[in-house]
Ligand binder design. Sequence first.
Ligand code: HEC
Length: 276
Amino acid sequence: MIHGGARRGRRRVRPLVMGVALVLAMTAGAAMIAGKGTASETAAAAAGAAAPGSPEAIASRLSAMLQSARAVISKHQAEINDPALGDKHLGADVVIAEATANYKAKTGEDPESYPPDSRQGRLIRAQMDAIRDVMDNAQDEINKEGVAFKGFIPATFARLVNESFAERVKGDAHIKVTAPPELVRNRKARPDDWEKQVIAGKFRDPAWARGAPFAEVVAGDGGGKAFRMAVPEYYAASCLSCHGSPKGSIDITGYPREGAAEGDLSSVISITLAEP
Ligand code: HEC
């Protein structure tokens, strides 16, 4: 298994809500009810509608880039796991190129177009550098011949990218993939109090528009404020070989299956941006 580097302290944000709920989720919800497109399309549309450079816009784009890059690992999983293949030709440049293409398809924007001196440009570049870093470090592992399952899967990739990103932008931004407590496999993914409340109170509410993110400003550490956004994700059929049934049976990675069904809430991308 490929493991992350030094364990870093999770940034703690006290869940004291300051009452600045955003219309973002409502916008996406309204669009859904009006029957305009899928949840992720409407979430992307809502993000696109957020003022450029606003915390909503920045957090949505960081979430979109993480998903875009993770999808590349997912797409190449069979090659990565192929014991007969040596070089997988899945270096940093390839992953960045494919992630950028996915991102453009998702958002209609080129990440290179964000000015490098803007917060948006700076953070997404740091994220792309983190992706490069993880792929550079993974080369020996993923190119090993004679080994089938190498532990390099989308969830692990995402965690490593988020850890590298956090190191690069300490004090400014933080991204984490978390999940409902009973679905957590890696302790590092455990939800904090705010994330638990959002999962239980929003994403599990039958009235919540599928795919709609939730965001608000909360009290941060040391008296400051933080913008937090949570983006819900759902199991696809491809996830169920590891997370499906029978519940408790052991998957290829050695973990017990969760008994999940396609379409169930699987995870939450949780983004924290320090408020200036
Ligand atoms: C090959 C088996 C496998 C497949 C397929 C798979 N996962 Fe996972 N998943 C894992 C493993 C192993 C972990 C723990 C990763 C780690 O140690 O950080 C994990 C972690 C997660 C986590 C984070 C929670 C945690 O504890 O780290 C979520 C959420 C998740 N998976 C959702 C999904 C979704 C959604 C899909 C499909 C799009 C999927 N998984 C496909 C094996 C798999």
